[in-house]
Design a protein. Sequence first.
Length: 289
Amino acid sequence: MLVKDILNAAVKPVFSFEFFPPKRDEDWETLFETIAALSPLNPSYVSVTYGAGGSTRSRTHDLVTRIQQETGLTVVSHLTCICSDGDETGTILENYQNNGIVNVLALRGDKPAGVASIDEAIKDFPHAIDLVRFIKTNYPAIGVGVAGFPEGHPETPNRMKEIEYLKEKIDAGADYIVTQLFFDNRDYFDFAERCAIAGITVPIIPGIMPITTKKGMIRMSELALGARIPAPLLSKVLNAANDTEVASIGIEWATSQVQELIDHQIKGIHFYTLNMADATLRIFNNIHQ
């Protein structure tokens, strides 16, 4: 089923989960234990990421196909522009269609290790919009999502220009937007309003990932697309006695985010799981108490 149809038919917010392909073979079964643990929450779809430069490309395709075959869940596969050409991408999409996978998330992607600049890794798709156009022109039955940045794209400081570029991707055929993680819902609501002003009417799905360790919080802030940590959350985490307490703080904060988003009747919420079930399960338990 196409994600756009799932979202358009929803009468209440739907939920989706993101996983990444394990690098070690022995971690695959652990991942499927996580998927099994989260399946009772009835996700409307799940997504599977790519590594930088498509470094996990074959594992991504293997995981997407296995989830589709073994669980029956609707699966969204990430596709990136970096290190990808039209022939390779066409082969991937044909394989997906043959296996009943009809949804992708079209992304520019991160610079792979060992490459001095993004330009060196570009082949046929300089920007995500080029990938969207390729998919919708050659594989119109494939549903396409794109990324959004509630705190602003770090490479496009002009936010009006940022939303203009996003609108071009929607006009090229993208069906919905899923956002990077954020910790202040005001950033999401402001982003959604900016999109509305620009005439973007597709669903904008907020991405949520709770802080569970101090090290994880630091990593979130250091990434190229790092999230802004609000001062009240930062203070609580830094003053926590241990990571068990950090996890409780982060899950409580994420629960409040999710509940407010639900109260605003958004179309769906996307959880970045890091291949672990506990935090997501606790958030769901909190919001259904």
